[in-house]
Design a protein around this ligand. Structure first.
Ligand code: 2RA
Length: 332
């Protein structure tokens, strides 16, 4: 299968290539696409070297799939051009996520809704993916009324520039090209993406809007505080969930253990709970610190951690491609 990776030289693009190779996605020809200045640069994939090609060259090659991770502007402009030549686009930016004509997919939850009419499919935001994956089966069992979530997000979610800022500051230098308006090392920023008119950040509102769309339920109330911390391995989330129905904690454990893609790490007697350093490089969403909220009935507290570049981005995108391949929705 011919596959284009748009944004191949970025942090997520690199992870996409790694995940495609690890999962043995049947790639017959790889078309790495990046900005004009990178055209001609070489990329290694499964032991072979591939030259970075221009957007136009990739579209002319009519790949079966194009996985995009090059920002919203590029996606808005270029994804329809790929779709026009029959290529299925899986887009990691926020450009199409809330478009009512586009599906927002976490394969374990809603890949079954994909059809041959879907040519541009949106990959959700990293912090949303890990939360909904941990919650969707609990929603089915007990009906979520309200979610209060606070995130602790890795600098890798911002990209290479932010990783460089953290590393330079950690080495005692002033960042040469900072990604954030403040130092990130030895600091915490309650600020991810831009502020909207309601005082929330775009990242926080993504969690509100995308959760309802993926779970297909507008009645779920969500409020979020998204925070950047000086960490690399993954995003962590403190999630407080109020259900409409009463639950037993033992059923919550059972349901989570049976949820595809979720791993329960919860043995406080042994100091075992999810941490970004353990999620790093893994596809599983780690869930732990499960306990009743004693201040309110039918309410659960949980701690959810995942590698934001993998299940939060690359792995989820590749899983969408795999699901579509299985459903016969990709041309070979
Ligand atoms: C972040 N959610 O971590 C973003 C990346 N998509 O900044």
């Amino acid at each position: 299968m011919k596959i284009a990776v748009v944004g191949a030289t970025g942090l997520v693009g690199g992870e996409m290539l790694k995940v495609l190779a690890e999962r043995n996605f049947p790639v017959t020809e790889l078309l790495p696409v990046a900005s004009e200045k990178s055209v001609g640069q070489e990329i290694e994939f499964q032991g072979k070297k591939y030259k970075v090609v221009s957007m136009d060259a990739a579209i002319a090659a009519r790949p079966a799939v194009a996985i995009f991770s090059a920002g919203g502007g590029v996606s808005k402009e270029q994804a329809p051009r790929f779709a026009e030549v029959g290529t299925v686009v899986i887009d990691n930016s926020s450009a199409w996520r809330m478009d009512p004509t586009k599906k927002l997919v976490v394969p374990e939850i809603n890949a079954k809704e994909l059809t041959s009419a879907d040519k541009i499919i949106a990959n959700p935001n990293c912090s949303t993916i890990q939360m909904v994956l941990a919650l969707h089966q609990l929603h089915e069992a007990f009906q979520i009324k309200r979610i209060v979530v606070s995130t602790y997000q890795s600098v890798t979610g911002t990209g290479k520039k932010a990783v460089d800022q953290l590393m330079e500051e950690r080495a005692g230098q002033t960042a040469s090209n900072p990604a954030y308006p403040h130092p990130i090392d030895l600091n915490v920023l309650p600020h991810i993406d831009v502020f909207e008119d309601n005082g929330y950040t775009k990242e926080e509102m993504k969690m509100v809007r995308e959760t309802k769309k993926i779970l297909g339920d507008d009645t779920i109330q969500v409020t979020a505080t998204a925070v950047r911390i000086p960490v690399m391995g993954g995003h962590s989330e403190a999630v407080n969930v109020e259900f409409a129905q009463e639950f037993e904690l033992s059923d919550v454990y059972r349901i989570l253990r049976e949820t595809d893609g979720v791993e329960v790490v919860d043995d406080v007697a042994q100091n075992q709970y999810p941490m970004p350093k353990d999620a790093h490089g893994k596809d599983a969403v780690l869930v732990g610190r499960l306990r009743r909220d004693e201040s309110q009935p039918r309410t659960l507290n949980m701690w959810v951690v995942a590698d934001n570049l993998r299940k939060g981005a690359a792995t989820n995108a590749v899983q969408i491609a795999e699901a579509m391949m299985k459903m016969g929705l990709l041309r070979s």
